[in-house]
Design a protein around this ligand. Structure first.
Ligand code: HEM
Length: 266
């Protein structure tokens, strides 16, 4: 027993990048940094990223995302490049997980599992917010439609109740990538399907869902995979549908907008 504790402690305290494993998992302690990204937190909890959440360099990110998720090095490198400006130091080569918490740079409103900064803590998992998201995950296998619905619902809720709601077009791109992320990590990048239990387990525990049978993808994940799934989610966010064949709605005139009246008057 004592030797197990000593081994665990020495492992978690002395972890350097590249030593992560799906079997080792320990949540962040009081002196460890964690942030709003459930995957970055997960990778730190498993020791793929430094367990203390500090000194996250490009090499560390490439090794962590490759080791845990089979991400292509070019993809991991690109993600690092898009995040490094979060460190305010000039020419910084590293960031920390808590630097990701700054509202309005990468962290934004209407997250799937975090509260808006306006309401309080914007980076710790929030069960109430996540329950709102989960309401739209209506079957045991999620598809782009359900993921898109949860994204829109969170935005509407935030827009309705947060007087400082902000969601720019660049936030939209970032957000689409985040909503696609569970499919990238745990699902099918060609159909956009992903097992709901795996996704929920990941969000709630910030842990890779190996005990539910998940394992690291055997094929390398590339930027094209992300763009494909992001497109699927984006297409599914439209609230406009075709009329069913033969439906009388196809004969409906532009009654409420007065468009035809306007045409007659002009
Ligand atoms: C350098 C790598 C990464 C950085 C710097 C990063 C950073 C962030 C940040 C700042 C957020 C918070 C956005 C918000 O306010 O909602 C976020 C959210 C998220 N990230 Fe990451 N991320 C990285 C990689 C990944 C990867 C590889 C995955 C999974 C494949 C992932 C999955 C997610 C998910 C699912 C969310 C949404 C959380 C929510 O809406 O509650 N991230 N990430």
């Amino acid at each position: 027993m004592r030797s197990t504790v000593v081994t665990l402690l020495s492992f978690s305290c002395g972890l350097v990048h590249g030593q992560g494993t799906p079997d080792f998992w320990q949540p962040g302690g009081p002196d460890d940094f964690r942030g709003p990204c459930p995957m970055m937190n997960t990778l730190a909890n498993h020791g793929y990223l430094p367990h203390n959440g500090r000194n996250i360099t490009k090499d560390v990110v490439i090794s962590a995302m490759g080791g845990a998720l089979n991400f292509d090095a070019a993809l991991a490198s690109l993600m690092f490049d898009q995040a490094i400006h979060i460190n305010p130091e000039p020419n910084a080569t590293w960031f920390t997980l808590d630097q990701l918490n700054v509202h309005g740079i990468l962290e934004h409103d209407a997250s799937l599992s975090r509260s808006d900064a306006f309401f309080g803590n914007n980076h710790v998992f929030n069960q109430t917010v996540f329950d709102e998201t989960r309401r739209f995950w209506t079957s045991s296998v999620l598809d782009p439609n359900q993921l898109a619905n949860s994204k829109i619902a969170r935005q509407i809720s935030s827009k309705a109740f947060n007087p400082t709601y902000t969601f720019t077009s660049s936030t939209e791109q970032f957000s689409l990538g985040e909503v696609a992320a569970p499919v990238i990590a745990f699902g099918d990048v060609f159909t956009g399907a992903v097992n709901r239990d795996l996704v929920e387990y990941f969000f709630v525990h910030e842990r890779l869902p190996t005990e539910l049978g998940w394992s690291r993808k055997t094929s390398v994940v590339t930027l094209n995979d992300i763009l494909r799934v992001k497109d699927m989610i984006h297409n599914a966010t439209s609230l406009i549908t075709e009329a069913p064949p033969g439906c009388p709605a196809s004969k409906r005139r532009d009654l409420h907008s007065g468009g035809r009246l306007y045409q007659r008057r002009a």
